[in-house]
Each structure stands twice: as C-alpha cells, then as structure tokens.
Design a protein. Structure first.
Length: 123
C-alpha cells in the first residue's frame, strides 16, 4: 500500500523556535515500512520541507519519497494520514487530531497501525 503522511500538525508540532515530533512517529513509520508498505511524506509546505523534517528526526530509512501536497502528485495514495478531515475524506485515510504542541501521552499515530492491521505496541 502507498501511504502518504502529512507533516505539519500531523507528524510535527512547530513554533518559531522549536520542532517536536509526534510520539510514536518513528515506531509507526518503521512498522509500516517493515510490513511492506511504501511510506511517503508530503506537505503543502513543499517537498524540501518534508526532506528537512525527515533528516532532522532521522526518518529517512522509513520513507520511500517526498512530495509537495498536490492533486497532480505523480503517485496516487492508497491511504493518507492527515489532520485535515477534507483530505482524509477525499483520498481515504486515517484522521488524526491536530498535533499543535508536544504531548508525551499522544497516541494518535497508532490509529494508522490499527487501520492497516499491524499490531499496536503496548508499551
């Protein structure tokens, strides 16, 4: 499955001086990739922003490619993960609550594993 994951407010909370990765991001992306899914990062902020975030947090081993969030994207998603209800409805996917500030108890990304049938870690 081709799974497209949004950056801003989905994987990342950001302020003028800080970036925070959503809890479980590395574990969930690794599990998806490890179960044979192609994982793509995309953002309305652009492809370069996706690459910067992946490099900053060491996500590159789990990512197949980076894209600008564009309806003319050369690869069509089978599933998206986003905080935008409209896009989740349009493309089919998993809606997560917006991640606007760090919360160590956040487990929203684990919804993706449940959705695709991968066991959710208990720790």
């Amino acid at each position: 499955m081709r799974i497209f994951v949004d950056i801003d407010n989905t994987l990342l909370a950001s302020s003028e001086s800080e970036w925070a990765l959503r809890p479980g991001a590395c574990e969930v992306l690794a599990a998806l990739q490890g179960h044979g899914h192609a994982v793509y990062l995309w953002s309305a902020t652009g492809r370069a922003h996706c690459q910067r975030i992946a490099e900053h947090f060491g996500l590159q081993p789990f990512i197949t490619e980076y894209f600008d969030k564009d309806p003319d994207c050369p690869i069509k998603p089978d599933l998206i993960v986003d905080d935008d209800w409209y896009l989740v409805q349009k493309y089919s996917g998993v809606l997560v609550t917006p991640f606007r500030e760090p919360d160590p108890n956040d487990r929203e990304l684990y919804k993706v594993l449940a959705h695709v049938g991968i066991p959710i870690p208990t720790s």
